[in-house]
Design a protein around this ligand. Sequence first.
Ligand SMILES: Nc1nc2c(c(=O)[nH]1)N[C@H]1C(S)=C(S)[C@@H](COP(=O)(O)O)O[C@H]1N2
Ligand SMILES: [Mo]
Length: 440
Amino acid sequence: MKEKKTVNIHRLYAEDPIEADRLLFGRESDPVSRRGFLRRTGLSAMAAVLGGPIVFAEHMPGGLLPALLLQDGNEEALKKLGKHTGLTILNDKPWNIETPAHLLDDEVTPADRMFLRNNGLMPTSIDPATWTLTIDGEAVTKPVSFTLAELKQKFTHHSYRLVLECGGNGRAEFDPPAKGNQWTVGAVQCAEWTGVRLKDVLNAVGVKSNAVYIGYYGGDTHLSGDPDKVVISRGVPMAKALEDETLLAFAMNGKDIPLAHGHPLRLVVGGWPASASGKWLKRIAIRDRVHDGPKMTGDSYRVPCKPVEPGEKVPDEGMCIIESMPVKSVITSPKSGAILDKGRTLELRGHAWAGDLSVKRMEVSIDFGASWQAADLKPAHNRLAWQRWTANVKFPETGYYEVWARATDSSGRSQPMVVPGWNPKGYLNNATHRIAVRVR
Ligand SMILES: Nc1nc2c(c(=O)[nH]1)N[C@H]1C(S)=C(S)[C@@H](COP(=O)(O)O)O[C@H]1N2
Ligand SMILES: [Mo]
């Protein structure tokens, strides 16, 4: 019997919006803008699914998933995962869920508003009482294992608020498009992590002078189901691993880490791509070379060392591992599309962060970047946490506006207003966040 192939619509749109449009609407969206317009013809199949024709179909951008299909069943799925129902599911196998900017308004991101990024299948049964962490590798004197209880009892506890941003946050804007989850702005969060310092544990284990890099291994399962296949195993150089803020965390926001975010133990490395923060942590290898686990090599979390033409093929030796994330900010209030009465002052709020650095200046613009107004910027709660900014803006007359927000880091580098350096996997888009505001 011929097997009927079913495709998950969310995954299809996340991976290949052009193909999704072709399959669903019977035509390709404009390949240049990827946001082309649908013709009325070829929509009958869609009308059957939606229960009626799309009245203003000629205005509907290509690559846009009808909201009805998006909400179908998603609320239940989000609730089951302990997530706010306003989050956006980009993929369900594995789970990839992003947070709309206006739901990131909290100083410390609550668990239900945290984006979720899995590369494989989450562990299903975890027993914290028997969970162990093994430290091994070429550069340890001898491998050592700790139970969770031993880690908690032997080492001093520390808490830090740390920005974890997916290296692919902002990927949706790249042209030519980059495959993978089409994150917009919400693959970032700043939670408060509690645990023991990796450096304290490594001091107790004994690390040899040939140590170069650490590499983590987690308890998740490869999508293929093959128990011998590693889902993802990334790491950081020793200098980053030995920073005070690099934790083996057993708590988040004062509670056990939620299952989806790495219960019962997680490596947390603030300011670097969140892919360096291994969930369901089982093992750390202390390597005598740059760690070479899955997703450390090729195009994974690596970008051209020097700028290239969009779409250009880059030789392997021309690719460099992403380290500190670039300066960035987000407008968390108001929600894009806000309507304001004429003469009223608009209160803007958001966060700004800069990888290993701090943010020294924050500005907003209501005239597409022609002029900028300084925002009030608070210092970080601790190193590697994001910084709160606020601004009050007035609009000269009624009409449509965009508010743009731009951060500048302590080295003087600012966010670009357009998508920065193209790279094969669409990493490091730190372009200014824009929201729409209408004054009536
Ligand atoms: N074991 C394991 N750790 C992992 C991943 C994973 O798939 N498995 N994904 C990484 C990536 S790519 C990101 S962006 C962050 C996401 O963290 P979060 O789901 O807690 O937001 O976890 C990282 N740690
Ligand atoms: Mo990521």
